[in-house]
Design a protein around this ligand. Structure first.
Ligand SMILES: *[C@@H]1O[C@H](CO)[C@@H](O)[C@H](O)[C@H]1NC(C)=O
Ligand SMILES: *[C@@H]1O[C@H](CO)[C@@H](O)[C@H](O)[C@H]1NC(C)=O
Ligand SMILES: *[C@@H]1O[C@H](CO)[C@@H](O)[C@H](O)[C@H]1NC(C)=O
Ligand SMILES: *[C@@H]1O[C@H](CO)[C@@H](O)[C@H](O)[C@H]1NC(C)=O
Ligand SMILES: *[C@@H]1O[C@H](CO)[C@@H](O)[C@H](O)[C@H]1NC(C)=O
Length: 402
C-alpha cells in the first residue's frame, strides 16, 4: 500500500556538506531516501493530501503546508511496508530532513523540490519488528508536500502529548553551526528530552527582539513572533511585506514558554539601545501572558561570550540588568508565572567555538541543566527513557581505541 501526502515542506537551511572538526563528516546522511523518478502513479499506492486529518503538524506551518522556524515537523502512524513523501515546489533544494520510523533512531536524507522519495521499504530497520497490519509512527522534522503508502494500508493520527513548550530565540536556540542544526540545538534537546511534550521552536538565526533589520533579518521578533513565517528570504519571496498572523488559538496552548533572545540586540553592529530592548521584552512577556494565561514563562539569561583574562577565561553575560529588570517587573505585579533561569557557569569558553555558538556538547550542557531545573521547579518528569534524542553523538567516542 502506498500513501501520498502533498505537502509543501521546507527546512530553513539547506545543507551541502556537514563538517566535523573541519573535515567532511563520514556518512553525513544515514538514511538517504530513495528518489522515485516517476513519482507516485501506479495502483499499488494510496496518496493522502497534506490536509489529511491523520497528519499532525508540529511547529508553525502555513496554509500551503509550508513549514517555518526551527525543526518543524509532521507525525502520523501508518500500516503497510512502504511510505513515500512528495515535496512541494517551495522546498529548498537539497534540504536536509530528519525522520524516524517506529520510534527507532533518527535518520537523515536530503531531498529536492517537486520530487517524491520513498522513506520506508523492506530495507527499513524496524519495518519487520511488527506485523504489516500494525501501526508504526513516522515522524519527520522539516518541510513537506504529500504522503503515500501501500494501496491496502492507511495513515492514522497519533495523539499529541499533553504538554506544549514554546521556545523563542535566535541562532543560539535554532542550533546554528551545530551538527544537525535544529536537531542538535539545546531547544530541541530539552523538549525532546522531556519525552512527553510537544514543542514549537520559534527561533531564527540573526534576529533581534527589537524591530529592526539585524544581520539581514528585516524584522525583529517583537513583530515576527506573532506571524506564521520566519524572517528568511524564502518568506519574503512568498509573502512580501505581509506575512500572515499566526493563529494562536488554533494551536495547543503552551504550558511553558522559554525566552532566549537579545544576543543580536546586544551586538553594537545592530545599535539597539538598552531601553528599547527592555521595553520590547516587557511587551513580549505581557503579550505571551495574555495569549496563554496559564503558561509559565522562563527568561533565560544570555550567556554571551568568553575572553582570556589574567589567569583564566571570564564569561561576559549580556543584558544582565535588563533581563533581571523584566523579571522583577512581573514579579512586582505578583506575576506567579515569571521565572529566571541563570545560565552563567554552565558553558565554558571551549563550549562556544569557533563561531560564537555552542558546540554540540555546549547544547547538551544547556539542555541537561535546564531539564533538571524544570523538573525541580515545576515537577515535570523526564519521560524519555530510551528513544534517541540526540543523533550523531555516538560518533564522539564510545570505542575501545584512542
Ligand atoms: C517545481 O514546480 C513548480 C510548478 O510547476 C515550478 O514553478 C518550479 O520551478 C519547480 N521547481 C523545481 C526546483 O523544479
Ligand atoms: C545529497 O547529498 C549527497 C551527499 O551525501 C550529495 O552527493 C547530493 O548531491 C545531495 N543532493 C542534493 C539534492 O543536495
Ligand atoms: C524484512 O523482511 C523482508 C522479507 O522477508 C526481507 O527481504 C528484508 O530484508 C527484511 N528487512 C530487514 C530490514 O530486516
Ligand atoms: C543608533 O541609534 C540611534 C538612536 O536610534 C541613532 O541616533 C544613531 O544614529 C544610530 N547609530 C548608528 C551608527 O546607526
Ligand atoms: C551588552 O550587555 C552588557 C552586559 O549587560 C552591557 O554591559 C553592554 O553595554 C551591552 N552592550 C550593548 C551593545 O548593548
Amino acid at each position: 500500500m502506498r500513501l501520498i501526502i502533498a505537502l509543501s515542506l521546507l527546512l530553513s537551511v539547506a545543507f551541502a556538506t556537514i563538517l566535523e572538526n573541519g573535515q567532511p563528516r563520514y556518512n553525513p546522511y544515514p538514511g538517504q531516501a530513495r528518489w522515485l523518478e516517476t513519482g507516485i502513479e501506479d495502483a499499488d499506492w494510496i496518496t493522502y493530501a497534506p490536509d489529511a486529518e491523520e497528519i499532525s503538524y508540529k511547529g508553525r506551518w502555513d496554509e500551503q503546508y509550508i513549514s517555518w522556524w526551527s525543526a518543524p515537523g509532521i507525525k502520523f502512524a501508518f500500516t503497510g511496508e512502504k511510505l513515500a513523501l512528495t515535496f512541494g515546489e517551495h522546498t529548498v533544494n537539497g534540504v536536509l530532513v530528519a525522520y524516524r520510523v517506529g520510534g527507532q533512531d533518527w535518520e537523515f536524507a536530503n531531498v529536492t523540490a517537486n520530487d517524491t522519495y520513498q522513506f520506508v521499504g523492506p530495507w527499513t530497520t524496524g519495518v519487520n519488528l511488527t506485523e504489516a497490519t500494525a501501526q508504526r509512527t513516522f515522524e519527520m522534522r522539516v518541510q513537506l508536500a504529500g504522503v503515500s503508502v501501500d494501496a491496502d494500508a492507511a495513515l492514522y493520527e497519533v495523539k499529541p502529548f499533553p504538554k506544549m513548550v514554546e521556545i523563542i530565540g535566535d541562532s543560539l536556540s535554532s542550533g546554528d553551526f551545530a551538527t544537525y542544526e535544529g536537531l542538535s540545538s539545546w531547544a530541541y534537546l530539552f523538549a525532546a528530552g522531556l519525552g512527553n511534550v510537544e514543542y514549537h521552536l520559534t527561533a531564527y538565526p540573526g534576529v533581534c527582539l527589537f524591530d529592526k533589520n539585524c544581520w539581514g533579518n528585516p524584522r525583529g521578533l517583537i513583530y515576527q513572533w506573532y506571524r506564521t513565517s520566519d524572517t528568511s528570504p524564502r518568506a519574503r519571496d512568498i509573502y512580501g511585506e505581509n506575512p500572515p498572523n499566526w493563529y494562536f488559538r488554533g494551536q495547543q496552548p503552551a504550558d511553558l514558554v522559554v525566552i532566549n533572545i537579545g544576543t543580536n540586540d546586544n551586538n553594537s553592529a545592530n545599535n539597539v539601545s538598552s531601553t528599547d530592548y527592555y521595553n520590547d521584552y516587557v511587551k513580549l512577556v505581557g503579550d505571551i501572558h495574555k495569549i496563554w494565561p496559564k503558561a509559565q514563562i522562563v527568561l533565560m539569561s544570555l550567556w554571551g561570550g568568553f575572553g582570556p583574562s589574567a589567569d583564566t577565561y571570564v564569561q561576559g553575560p549580556l543584558f544582565v540588568d535588563e533581563i533581571r529588570n523584566v523579571y522583577r517587573h512581573y514579579q512586582r505585579k505578583k506575576g506567579n508565572f515569571i521565572h529566571y533561569f541563570d545560565t552563567t557557569g554552565i558553558l565554558q569558553h571551549n563550549d562556544i567555538a569557533p563561531q560564537w555558538h555552542p558546540t554540540d556538547v555546549g547544547h547538551i550542557k544547556v539542555a541537561a541543566h535546564f531539564m533538571q531545573w524544570v523538573k525541580m521547579t515545576f515537577g515535570w518528569e523526564m519521560e524519555a527513557t530510551g528513544a534517541m534524542v540526540h543523533s550523531g553523538t555516538l560518533y564522539w567516542n564510545d570505542q575501545d581505541s584512542y
